[in-house]
Design a protein around this ligand. Structure first.
Ligand code: NAP
Length: 290
């Protein structure tokens, strides 16, 4: 599909992309860039690329596809660095968990004739780094593309086709809508996990030993989510501020209602909500999302 692919960042997601490309022979050559030499060395040992570069501009030279796979806050500086070295006709895509900020930060640095196709594979794990990736991670998951108006349809189709080969189903939507949907389905649950794990750590009359001992009571699932990469999630919240704050407002309002129901012994209100919420689990199972 591509002659030379430049992977900017070689963590969980881009290393999984490299594995898909190697498995299916989708790239003539893969060149990788990462911030730290040690990450590049690890990725080369894993056989993920033909060449490694510590200079992002050198990595994208003559690449027909460039994939940004770094925490979203790092995109602006990297786009500025690679912009002048991009080949005319090249496609630049990304895998970031927020989309409007990526368009804001990357698009201004791309020369005419280079196509930006923002993307977000809604798949992954709480692990990081090139060793954490695996080719099947995208299988049976959604990949959302958020092309801006005037984006070359052939470039969008080529990226869509890549994700289909990786096992994903494509949805196309506008970036602002993506950010709202993901704020409630992904970013807020992540924030709740960070918050509850933080609260547990700060409670004085429950010992760490007791927390570990009784984690199966529900806490364990939150610790998995809260173990995700701190830099990645810091950037998600800082770059999807508006949508996350809006959803957080709704969430705290609803939490206050629950708090009141518990205080006043409103058994009906509690049971009614807990019955309604059960249904969503069934929907997820039916949609093969679990
Ligand atoms: P990761 O495993 O933590 O890898 C991050 C990569 O970015 C590494 O190569 C790292 O370089 C590089 N990097 C970090 N900070 C940088 C900076 N300031 N400047 C330049 N390079 C930097 O990350 P990931 O999980 O693959 O996530 C990558 C992107 O995918 C993020 O935008 C995230 O929102 C998105 N995403 C993640 C998931 C998920 O489940 N993890 C799912 C969907 C989308 P060094 O190792 O050399 O420091």
């Amino acid at each position: 599909m591509f002659e030379r692919v430049a992977l900017i960042g070689i963590g969980l997601i881009n290393s999984s992309i490299a594995r898909v490309m190697k498995r299916d022979g989708l790239a003539g050559e893969i060149v990788i860039y990462s911030r730290r030499q040690s990450t590049l060395e690890k990725a080369m040992e894993l056989g993920l690329a033909e060449r490694a570069e510590t200079d992002a501009a050198a990595a994208v030279k003559d690449a027909d596809l460039v994939i940004l796979g770094v925490p979203v806050g790092a995109n602006a500086a990297l786009a500025e660095a690679i912009g002048p070295s991009l080949m005319p006709g090249a496609i630049v895509t990304d895998v970031g968990s927020v989309k409007a900020a990526v368009i804001r930060d990357v698009a201004p640095h791309l020369p005419d004739g280079v196509h930006l196709v923002p993307g977000h594979p809604v798949a992954g794990t709480e692990h990081s780094g090139p060793e954490a990736g695996f080719a099947d991670v995208f299988q049976d998951h959604w990949c959302i593309l958020t092309p801006t108006e005037g984006c070359d349809p052939d470039a969008v189709e080529k990226i869509a086709e890549f994700w289909r080969r990786a096992g994903s189903t494509i949805d196309i939507m506008d970036a602002a809508h993506h950010d709202k949907v993901l704020a409630i389905t992904s970013h807020l649950p992540q924030l709740i996990a960070y918050n509850i794990v933080g609260t547990v750590l700060d409670i004085e009359h429950v010992t760490k030993r007791e927390v570990v001992k009784y984690a199966a009571g529900g806490f364990r699932d939150f610790t998995r989510i809260a173990a995700s990469d701190p830099e990645m999630w810091r950037d998600v919240f800082l770059n999807n501020q508006e949508a996350v704050l809006e959803m957080l407002g709704r969430f705290t309002e609803d939490l206050a209602v629950l708090q009141r129901a518990i205080r006043w012994g409103d058994d009906k209100a509690l049971e009614e909500l807990f019955t309604r919420t059960r249904g969503i689990r069934r929907d997820l199972i039916d949609a093969k999302q679990i």
